[in-house]
Design a protein around this ligand. Structure first.
Ligand SMILES: Nc1ncnc2c1ncn2[C@@H]1O[C@H](COP(=O)(O)OP(=O)(O)OP(=O)(O)O)[C@@H](O)[C@H]1O
Length: 261
């Protein structure tokens, strides 16, 4: 654990979390005794090759699945209590938007489900559309938008309930590199305004380094936490930093960690 995180309030605490999926042939040990703390307001990445248990870990944090053993606390409570208290916003790889609803109505959906009145829903949608830079597209349908814009709608929707924790599962991995880099910058700009805790799953070292305060490096078979890398790049992060020596050195250091994994 880094000094920085110790001095901050822990938001998510995992204590020796293991996950074994039953299988007809032999059970899959997707996670083995993963312990980690994420501080309130921190931006962390879960990084690792395919099959190392990143999505499983994120789903456990979101209380979508329960670990086989080990404990998880979110703001001192159980993950289930956190879920019921609407502490999470989740963004998946695929934006999962409703094509028959306008952008505005995709964003207001969680508010509708919570019984928020129309005026309140619309006010919030305006605010979020502004935040993600889509104010002009409120009345378009998702199929009229590019992939990157659709993912921004998904982010806005995930933020509708003002979640303390934003869980993102490879949200930009289906996008081209230019769009992905731009969305990385936009996400950081959004995060600097919202100030919530972000857990971001990726298998891109560059993306993890550019975005995060700390990178949790996972290794596969079974999924384990193999290292934690602190990212000392100052904030706000800028496009120029991608060409800097520090950025390249951090990438090389993390890549070295994967040697032999
Ligand atoms: N529902 C399930 N039933 C059985 N095995 C599963 C299930 N979900 C995941 N697994 C297995 O658990 C391991 C970890 O999977 P997980 O999807 O968490 O990894 P990941 O790091 O997110 O991979 P990727 O980057 O490919 O999405 C893999 O071996 C996977 O096949």
């Amino acid at each position: 654990m880094t000094e920085k995180a110790v001095t901050m309030i822990p938001e998510i605490e995992l204590d020796r979390v293991s996950m074994q999926y039953p299988s007809a042939h032999s059970d899959v040990l997707a996670l083995q005794e993963v312990s980690l703390n994420i501080a309130k307001g921190e931006f962390v990445a879960l990084l690792g090759p395919s099959g190392c248990g990143k999505t499983t870990l994120l789903r456990i944090m979101a209380d979508l699945i329960q670990p086989t053993s080990g404990g998880i606390k979110v703001a001192g409570k159980s993950a289930k209590e956190a879920r019921l208290a609407q502490k999470y916003g989740i963004v998946f790889q695929n934006p999962v938007l409703y094509d028959w609803r306008k952008v505005r109505h995709n964003i207001t959906l969680p508010l509708e489900l919570m019984g928020v009145k129309k005026a309140g829903r619309y006010r919030k949608a305006e605010e979020l559309l502004e935040l993600v830079g889509l104010a002009k597209f409120a009345d378009k349908y998702p199929w009229q938008l590019s992939g990157g814009m659709q993912q921004r709608v998904a982010i806005a929707r995930a933020l509708a309930m003002e979640p303390e924790i934003l869980l993102m599962d490879e949200p930009f991995s289906a996008l081209d590199e230019f769009t992905r880099e731009r969305l990385n910058e936009e996400l950081l700009s959004i995060w600097s305004k919202v100030g919530n805790t972000v857990v971001f799953v990726t298998h891109s070292i560059q993306e993890a380094v550019f975005l995060s305060d700390r990178v949790f490096i996972l290794s596969p078979h079974p999924g384990r936490l193999s290292a934690v890398a602190e990212i000392p790049l100052p904030r706000p992060r800028t496009r120029e930093m991608r060409n800097g020596e520090v950025f390249f050195r951090l990438i090389a250091q993390i890549r070295d960690r994967f040697e032999g994994v």
